[in-house]
Design a protein around this ligand. Structure first.
Ligand SMILES: N[C@@H](CCC(=O)N[C@@H](CS)C(=O)NCC(=O)O)C(=O)O
Length: 205
């Protein structure tokens, strides 16, 4: 199968990490939504990444739908996402907070970098960055309770939290000055020592 997109996108990176954690075979096609519009449009009419092309040509769009499929085929023991009940809801809740931080971090970055400077709406940037900060604070609190966000092993909640942390550190470094989320940073550092996380860090060029 093919994963479409570059790991600069936190949504693509989290999908890459899940693929690697599950040991699924895939090829990453590093298309960019800015430069490869026509190619991506053939796979995803909304022209967004990540998208995925399965071996039989079926296409999937949006990291949530892609990861849902990957877990269905690659995680029969429900290690990354418990099968049901309160444990599943807890992982999904924190995973959604991590995903929300990514969305707001990307919004801030688009607002600051894609608009002409005189058209940037500072009030909007402030609002979405406040959402980034409160999401990171919630993840930091969850990370303060143990080695992993939920239970005794790595789940989708940790993947999203680490990717959100790393994305904001890259895209909005001024929000990370003086290590305001130390438990989350420590989780990111511990995970960053594992190949699945280290090998998916975006390297420009
Ligand atoms: N909800 C989507 C968000 C995907 C997303 O926003 N991707 C960005 C790249 S970071 C993108 O494709 N941006 C181009 C656009 O939205 O026009 C997901 O989880 O996959």
């Amino acid at each position: 199968m093919q994963l479409i997109g570059r790991n600069m996108s936190p949504f693509v990176r989290r999908t890459s990490i899940v693929l690697k954690l599950l040991g699924l075979d895939y090829e990453q096609v590093e298309l960019s939504t800015a430069d490869d519009t026509d190619k991506i449009a053939k796979i995803n009419p909304v022209i967004r990444v990540p998208s995925m092309v399965l071996d039989d040509g079926e296409t999937l769009v949006d990291s949530n739908a892609i990861i849902d499929h990957l877990l269905e085929v690659g995680d029969p023991e429900h290690r990354l996402l418990p099968a049901s009940g309160a444990e599943r809801r807890a992982v999904l809740r924190l995973a959604a907070i991590g995903h929300g931080v990514m969305e707001k971090g990307v919004s801030s970055s688009y607002e600051r970098n894609r608009r002409p400077k005189d058209k940037v709406f500072d009030g909007w940037v402030k609002q979405v960055e406040g959402q980034v900060e409160s999401g990171l604070a919630a993840l930091n609190e969850a990370a303060s309770n143990g080695d992993y966000l939920c239970g005794d092993h790595l789940t989708l909640a940790d993947v999203n939290a680490v990717v959100a942390h790393d994305f904001v550190s890259m895209a909005e470094p001024y929000l990370m000055k003086n290590d305001p989320y130390p438990a989350l940073s420590a989780l990111a550092k511990r995970c960053g020592e594992q190949a699945v996380f280290a090998d998916t860090v975006f390297k420009p060029g």
